[in-house]
Write a protein that binds this ligand. Structure first.
Ligand code: NAD
Length: 371
């Protein structure tokens, strides 16, 4: 299986060829004329368990663009769940629509009925433009939904767990790079002052790190500066900060041809999804620039760990304990990368695939020994 990040879907090849080229199991196209619902559910791989991944609502300009996104994102979830050691497969869904105009209770309840029809092969959660309100509406029609509000027994905001996992992963990087995971005195440049960053900066400042932060909104910066002693940097200047660690916690694609030459850090370790503009090119460019990269889906798996916990009855302490194991996982990825002379992103992809292969063999044994 080749990761498909950054790879275009070829419009001239058939739907089945598109699915088979990255070993997707199933695509479910959902359409409802009355509510205007148009959704695609992508189930990439269920070897480890039901496919879990959020639903994203976006005004895609074509069905192909939506299909491309759901194929890419659902495959990414397979890798994230596998490396995190969860008994979950990879899935994701996209709704084609304008989040400001097309939302209604009937719309999301209709969507929930489609999910229920999959009988647990796909479990949904929040993603871009899908928040707690929509999740509650989907939940009226299906039990296969997670990331529900704390008020109804759910796990609520995953950001604290994501931030804790990211912090532990950052410490693991420091251990590999400097021989000690003590971050006191280390300088960390955090891009974005949103939900994850707030908690991450709390951990960093408490551990004695010196933090630089940037955001495009002043109110977001203020939420951080009201609580923590940090240095504010212009959004365009965050790449140039002479810090030990650069922590992308805002956007994807920010490690690219333009930004890599600016970086002065030893380590890139942050919570943002899809940080490498092109996995292959920029993963290798970081190596040749002497920069250690913590694969994004390994270090930011705390959010997934949090919602996965809810499926077993949510326990915040257990979720944090599981997220703390991201430390060991990052060490394992870095060691595997060194032993096999490959960039860390490739190492984590291989580790994810190896686990799926190993578990599929066990399942084969079950299948052949059962009556
Ligand atoms: P958020 O929306 O709360 O924060 C993102 C922040 O980035 C916002 O304050 C935004 O203004 C800022 N921003 C946008 N463009 C910027 C730019 N060019 N320069 C500086 N700042 C900019 O989101 P979040 O929940 O904190 O998530 C942050 C990242 O982590 C996202 O990429 C998200 O996909 C990823 N992630 C989040 C979780 C989670 O649990 N929330 C889990 C896994 C991954």
């Amino acid at each position: 299986m080749e990761p498909i990040t950054g790879q275009e879907v070829n419009h001239s090849i058939s739907l089945f060829d598109q699915l088979q080229s990255n070993e997707h199991e199933q695509i479910v196209v959902c359409s409802d004329k009355d509510t205007g619902l148009k959704a695609i559910i992508g189930i990439h791989d269920t070897t480890l368990g039901p496919a879990l991944g959020g639903t994203r609502m976006w005004p895609y300009t074509s069905d192909q663009e939506a299909l491309r996104d759901v194929l890419r994102l659902s495959k990414g979830m397979t890798y994230k769940a596998s490396v995190a050691g969860l008994n979950l497969g990879g899935g994701k869904a996209v709704i084609i629509g304008d989040p400001r105009k097309d939302k209604s209770e009937a719309f999301f309840r209709t969507y929930g009925r489609f999910i229920e029809g999959l009988a647990g092969r796909y479990i949904t959660a929040e993603d871009v433009s899908i928040g707690l309100k929509e999740i509650e509406q989907i939940r009226m029609e299906t039990q296969y939904v997670t990331g529900i509000p704390e008020s109804v027994g759910g796990s609520g905001d995953p950001s604290p767990v994501t931030a804790y996992g990211t912090y532990m992963g950052m410490k693991a990087c420091a251990k590999k790079m400097y021989g000690s995971d003590d971050l006191s005195g280390k300088e960390v440049a955090v891009q974005g002052a949103g939900n994850v960053s707030w908690y991450l900066i709390k951990h960093l400042t408490e551990s004695g790190a010196k933090v630089y932060v940037s955001d495009i909104y002043d109110d977001k910066i203020k939420q951080v500066t009201d609580h923590f002693d940090v240095k504010v940097v212009d959004p365009d200047d965050i790449y140039d900060v002479n810090a030990d660690i650069f922590s992308p916690c805002a956007l994807g694609g920010i490690i690219n041809d333009k930004t890599i030459p600016k970086l002065k850090c030893d380590i890139v370790a942050g919570a943002a999804n899809n940080q490498l503009d092109d996995e292959h090119t920029h993963g290798r460019k970081l190596i040749s620039s002497g920069i250690m990269y913590a694969p994004d889906y390994v270090i930011n798996a705390g959010g997934l760990i949090n919602v996965a916990n809810e499926l077993e009855g949510y326990n915040a302490e257990r979720a944090l304990t599981q997220a703390s194991r991201i430390y060991d996982k990052i060490v394992e990825v870095m060691d595997y990368a060194t032993e096999n002379d490959m960039p860390p992103y490739e190492a984590s992809n291989e580790l994810a695939e190896n686990r799926i292969k190993a578990i599929s063999k066990i399942k084969g044994i079950y299948a052949s020994s059962s009556p």
